[in-house]
Design a protein around this ligand. Structure first.
Ligand code: MRU
Length: 349
C-alpha cells in the first residue's frame, strides 16, 4: 500500500490548513502535523518534517495558499504584500531544491493577477491543488518511462528518499521501481541509509516494506563494494536541482555516480521538469549546510569529541558526464544532454 494521494501533504478543507505526514517520526510513529500558519509550515520545512524536492514544491504552493487564506487584510495591495512576504519566508527555508521556489512562484503569479482579495484566496488554493495533482501524474509518467530501462530480476541501488514521501504520491526514483514492479518485473532495492538523517533507512525502507517490494538497507559506504561484487545492476536517484552541467541530490549521490561509472553500472536520475534549472551552472548554486549537531550526536549521546570540527553539506553535485540517462515525464534523455526543451517546459504554466 503506497502512501495514498494527499498522505504526504494536503489541504484540510474544513480547518483551512495544511496537513503533512511527519517524516521525522517515521518509521517509529505515523503521525500528522497541522500547519495553521505559514510560520509553522516554514519550520516544518526547515526541520525536514516535509522534505524531498517535489514535495517541497507542493509545500511552497500550499504555503502561499495558506498565507492567502489566513490573511485578514481587506485591502488588495496590502493583501498581496502580505502574501509576498510569507512567500519569501518559505523560499528562504531551504536553498538547494529548486522545486520549492517553483511551487511558490506558480501560485504567487495567480494571486498577483487577482482583482480582489476573495479571488486571490480562491485562485491560490485552486493552483496549489493543481500543482499537487500534476505532480501525481508526472510521477506516474516518470515511472512508466523509467520502468522500460529496468531488466527483469534486477537490483536497484538508491540513495536518500525519492519516493511517495518526497512527492505527492508514487515517487520519482521509487516511482520507476514501482512502475517496473507493477509491470510484472522482479525488482530488489538496496537503500543506502543516507547519513546523517537516514532518509534511506527510515523512509525509503518504510515505503517499500509497505509496498511489499524487497528492500535491503546498507550503510552508504558499502555501496562501492557491492557494485564491485556485482550485486548492483543500476543506480536510480532523484534530484533537487538539475543545472546545465550537474545533478544536485542528497550528499553521497556523487560518490555513487563515480563508483557506478568505474564499475560500468548505469547511473539514472529520475526527476520532473520542475527540478530543472537550466539557466544556472553548478557554480551558481547554494548547497545547504545543515547544523553540525546532526553529526555530533546520536540521540542525546555525543559521538564526536566536543572540540572536533564538523561539516554538514546536505547535497552534492554529480557532473552530467556521469549520468547515463535522465528520466522525466516526457521520456528518457540521453547524453549529450540538450536542455532547451526542458527549460521551456518548466516555464509553461
Ligand atoms: O534533505 P532532503 O531529504 O530533502 O533531500 C532529498 C533528496 O535529496 C532527494 O533525493 C531529492 O529531493 C529527490 S526527491 C524525489
Amino acid at each position: 500500500m503506497i502512501p495514498l494521494p494527499g498522505e504526504t501533504i494536503r489541504w484540510e478543507e474544513a480547518a483551512g490548513e495544511v496537513s503533512l505526514l511527519d517524516q521525522t517520526a517515521l518509521p517509529a510513529r505515523v503521525q500528522r502535523i497541522r500547519c495553521r500558519d505559514v510560520e509553522r509550515l516554514a519550520e516544518a520545512i526547515r526541520r525536514l518534517e516535509i522534505r524531498g524536492a517535489p514535495a517541497l514544491g507542493l509545500a511552497g504552493a500550499y504555503g502561499v495558499a495558506l498565507a492567502a487564506a489566513r490573511s485578514r487584510e481587506p485591502d488588495l495591495p496590502r493583501f498581496l504584500a502580505g502574501v509576498a512576504e510569507s512567500a519569501e519566508l518559505l523560499r528562504t527555508t531551504r536553498p538547494t531544491a529548486v522545486n520549492l521556489s517553483w511551487g511558490i512562484d506558480r501560485v504567487l503569479a495567480r494571486v498577483r493577477a487577482a482583482r480582489s482579495v476573495e479571488e486571490g484566496r480562491r485562485v491560490a488554493l485552486t493552483e496549489a491543488k493543481a500543482v499537487a495533482e500534476e505532480d501525481a501524474l508526472t510521477c506516474r509518467r516518470i515511472g512508466e518511462h523509467g520502468a522500460a530501462l529496468l531488466p527483469d530480476r534486477c537490483t536497484v541501488l538508491t540513495h536518500c528518499n525519492a519516493g511517495a514521501l518526497a512527492t505527492s504520491e508514487w515517487g520519482t526514483a521509487l516511482g520507476v521501481v514501482r512502475s517496473a514492479v507493477a509491470a510484472g518485473k522482479e525488482i530488489r532495492v538496496l537503500a543506502c541509509e543516507t547519513r546523517p538523517l537516514l532518509q534511506g533507512a527510515r523512509l525509503t525502507a518504510w515505503e517499500l516494506v509497505r509496498d511489499g517490494i524487497p528492500v535491503t538497507v546498507i550503510v552508504d559506504s558499502a555501496a562501492a563494494a557491492l557494485m564491485q561484487a556485482k550485486e548492483v545492476d543500476c543506480v536510480i536517484v532523484g534530484a533537487d536541482r538539475i543545472t546545465r552541467d550537474a545533478v544536485f541530490n542528497k550528499v553521497g549521490t556523487y560518490m555513487h555516480a563515480v563508483s557506478a561509472r568505474f564499475h560500468g553500472i548505469p547511473f539514472y536520475v529520475a526527476a520532473p521538469h520542475s527540478t530543472f534549472d537550466t539557466g544556472s551552472t553548478a557554480a551558481d548554486i547554494v548547497v545547504e549546510e545543515r547544523d553540525g549537531d546532526e553529526i555530533r550526536f546520536r540521540g542525546q549521546e555525543p559521538v564526536v569529541p566536543a572540540r572536533a570540527g564538523v561539516r554538514n553539506p546536505a547535497f552534492d553535485a554529480s557532473p552530467l558526464a556521469l549520468v547515463s540517462a535522465i528520466i522525466t515525464e516526457d521520456g528518457v534523455m540521453r547524453p549529450p544532454y540538450d536542455f532547451t526543451a526542458a527549460g521551456k517546459r518548466r516555464e509553461a504554466p
